[in-house]
Design a protein around this ligand. Structure first.
Ligand code: FDA
Length: 312
């Protein structure tokens, strides 16, 4: 979070002019491919088939968030139903699940947005169940956390396997970890990707990391199924130590990383017998996702700019 480029890049992610420039640049396609599976169901099937062939698991995210009308929410719901029916056909089982942003299926719509998102999420859960797999609810900015956890609670009454996401940068997250560390509870722990005020979130990167270690300790010591989403070598090392201390078998928790980030480490961990799930975004609405990855790590930005400059 002490990355000086983070704020300008996040600002660019909200600029329509920058968006137009980047999405209309021909090379972008090739660069985006490192972080995004593609725009179609087939591109997802190809990507997850490759990953599962390497001994990895996947969680597929249909890109799109903050919809402002019900029709767009339906389009996003239908995209999940379509890709889940393909997963069923390919018999991926729970090796390939889906991740859903509730704002993509209507949560922020005025009036009854929360009910709409719950209804659509339920339909997605039914389709996931039929495909023999699970759904994890992504966590968005802090203003949506309570609504997301309320929807999680409702869904878990019917589908106890629905996964939650908690973000270690939020001051509240240690308590949320305690609440959710019960038997059968799937919880993905990440650092958090949004710009949050000091009133609700740690601002210092080291604080966020220390909070991650504390939260991980609660989850690994509890009865649930921790999903440790980080590329951070120090935290991955601590996870290994916590697994030993809590006598956790390799299959009782998993590591998670993003498509295109530390792929060698993903394969190394899987080779050691760990469960490793790769987050695979796809769809036409990849711009905001890509910009968040750039904001996180200047090296990703350098990779992107170099590709733009060497295009001709
Ligand atoms: P951080 O960015 O601090 O990096 C720590 C270290 O990891 C670096 O110092 C470096 O050593 C290594 N590293 C990172 N990127 C690298 C790269 N490109 N190449 C080589 N090394 C690299 N966020 C959110 O708010 N809501 C959500 O629902 C989710 N969901 C989610 C799912 C999954 C599976 C993942 C992995 C992440 C998320 N996130 C998320 C994003 C998350 O909050 C966070 O923004 C990113 O994972 C980056 O944080 P790191 O933990 O990797 O640490």
């Amino acid at each position: 979070m002490n990355n000086v480029l983070r704020e300008p890049i996040l600002a660019a992610s909200r600029s329509n002019r920058v968006k137009e420039l980047i999405t209309n640049t021909p090379i972008t396609g090739a660069v985006v491919k490192r972080f995004v599976a593609g725009e179609t169901d087939q591109s997802v099937i190809d990507t997850v088939s490759k990953l599962t062939g390497q001994g990895l698991l996947a969680s597929v995210d249909h890109l799109g968030e903050d919809v402002t009308d019900i029709d767009s929410a339906k389009v996003n719901r239908d995209a999940y139903l379509s890709v889940l029916s393909q997963f069923k056909e390919h018999s991926f089982g729970n090796g390939v699940e889906v991740s859903v942003k509730l704002s993509a299926i209507g949560r922020a719509l005025a009036g009854n947005g929360e009910d709409i998102a719950l209804g659509f999420a339920r339909e997605i859960c039914v389709a996931a169940d039929a495909a023999g797999t699970t759904v994890t609810l992504d966590m968005e900015d802090h203003t949506s956390a309570d609504a997301t956890l309320r929807i999680l609670k409702e869904l878990r009454k019917e589908f106890p396997w629905v996964g939650a996401v908690l973000q270690s940068y939020l001051l509240r997250t240690q308590n949320d970890c305690q609440d959710l560390a019960y038997e059968g509870s799937r919880v993905r722990l990440c650092k958090g990707a949004y710009k949050e005020p000091a009133s609700v979130a740690f601002q210092d990167k080291n604080e966020v990391d220390r909070s991650y270690a504390r939260c991980m300790s609660i989850l690994m010591g509890g009865g649930g199924y921790p999903m440790l989403a980080t590329h951070d070598p120090r935290l991955i090392e601590i996870a290994g130590a916590l697994a030993i201390r809590n006598k956790r078998e390799a299959g009782s928790f998993e590591y998670q990383m993003l498509l295109g980030i530390r792929p060698d480490e993903q394969i190394r961990l899987a080779g050691e017998g760990a469960k490793v799930r790769v987050y695979v975004p796809y769809g036409t609405d990849w711009y905001g996702y890509l910009m968040r990855r750039m904001a996180e790590r200047p090296a990703n930005l350098v990779f992107f700019l170099r590709a733009l400059l060497t295009r001709s």
